[in-house]
Design a binder for this molecule. Sequence first.
Ligand SMILES: Cc1cc2nc3c(=O)[nH]c(=O)nc-3n(C[C@H](O)[C@H](O)[C@H](O)COP(=O)(O)OP(=O)(O)OC[C@H]3O[C@@H](n4cnc5c(N)ncnc54)[C@H](O)[C@@H]3O)c2cc1C
Length: 113
Amino acid sequence: MKNKQQVSILGAGLVGSLLAVLFQKRGYTVQIFERRSDMRLASMSAGKSINLAMSMRGWAGLQKAGLEEDIRSIAIPMYGRELHQANGENIFQAYGKNNEAIYSVSRGELNKN
Ligand SMILES: Cc1cc2nc3c(=O)[nH]c(=O)nc-3n(C[C@H](O)[C@H](O)[C@H](O)COP(=O)(O)OP(=O)(O)OC[C@H]3O[C@@H](n4cnc5c(N)ncnc54)[C@H](O)[C@@H]3O)c2cc1C
């Protein structure tokens, strides 16, 4: 059933976009105000152009929004980092003890979804 209450969200970044989806799922009418142009239509500005590293908290949010599967298809697992030593050697440092990973995701694609 449609909830008569309206919600206004300022900023369609990662938090605002997710919040909008969650409110809408609960039947609220959502209005988002974003100062940048609609990134689904416009070419992306450089902005925070590096990929986002996403962990369990991010996946939990996307799961609630029903977007987990879509984003899994574009996420790249990162199992650890390579530390370059002064003596020229490299040391691999795992992020988890049981082959866990954090996931690299394009901010633009995440926002557009
Ligand atoms: C360089 C960098 C790297 C990061 N890397 C990671 C990472 O790897 N993993 C991670 O979990 N977090 C990372 N973070 C943190 C993460 O980016 C933030 O936690 C997240 O973007 C916050 O989301 P947000 O929606 O609150 O803000 P934002 O994503 O910044 O979105 C805010 C939105 O509000 C809009 N806006 C602002 N003012 C107005 C206004 N007056 N009117 C209308 N619209 C407005 C902006 O245009 C923007 O779209 C990183 C941050 C930076 C700066």
